[in-house]
Design a protein around this ligand. Structure first.
Ligand code: FES
Ligand code: FES
Length: 177
């Protein structure tokens, strides 16, 4: 019997739309988890965290980089998520207030509770993230160092924030001893 030639199906071309969507996919890493963003690369990180990932601990205050309510850590540095487009954080580690604690609360969070810092609470996630960054740079910060954080609190919790940062500094030092 004569062999018949094998007919191979032509490979299905990838639709142009899918290709362009793939090109626009941005790999992001938030709180130790990997995500792929297929939307607008200029979307502010704050929108992405709150509306896409539903990490609503990071707050919207002013949207212009002035209040600090949206502060998150990017590669360990405190940054305004309202001013950071998602395309700028590809390949960088983002930590939000939801990802700060590990097996137990972060020493800054513990100090915040012990000093009973929060009043309405709206600004507090941003304040804590800014304090974590400050203590990384200045293990024994002065009041002037703390004042440079610049995050706003409409409830005026600044004296308790100062005390909590001093307490957290002691905890971090004890942890290293
Ligand atoms: S909401 Fe980002 S600084 Fe105010
Ligand atoms: S605790 Fe209310 S705005 Fe800071």
């Amino acid at each position: 019997m004569e062999d018949k030639p094998i007919r191979r199906a032509k490979p299905t071309p990838i639709p142009a739309v899918a290709q362009s969507a793939k090109e626009k996919t941005l790999p992001l890493r938030v709180n130790g988890k990997d995500y792929f963003h297929e939307g607008d690369p200029d979307m502010p990180l704050l929108w992405y965290l709150r509306d896409v990932l539903r990490l609503t601990g990071t707050k919207f205050g002013c949207g212009i980089g002035a209040c600090g309510a949206c502060t998150v850590l990017i590669e360990g540095k405190a940054q305004r998520a309202c001013l950071t487009p998602v395309k700028a954080i590809v390949g960088q580690d983002v930590v939000t207030i939801e990802g700060l604690a590990s097996a137990q609360l972060h020493p800054v969070q513990q100090a915040w509770i012990e000093e009973d810092v929060a009043q309405c609470g709206y600004c507090q996630a941003g304040q804590i993230m800014a304090a974590v960054d400050l203590l990384r740079r200045a293990p024994k910060p002065s009041d002037a160092d703390i004042a440079k954080i610049g995050n706003l609190c409409r409830c005026g919790t600044y004296p308790r924030i100062r005390k909590a940062i001093a307490r957290a500094a002691d905890k971090l030092q004890e942890g290293k001893a």
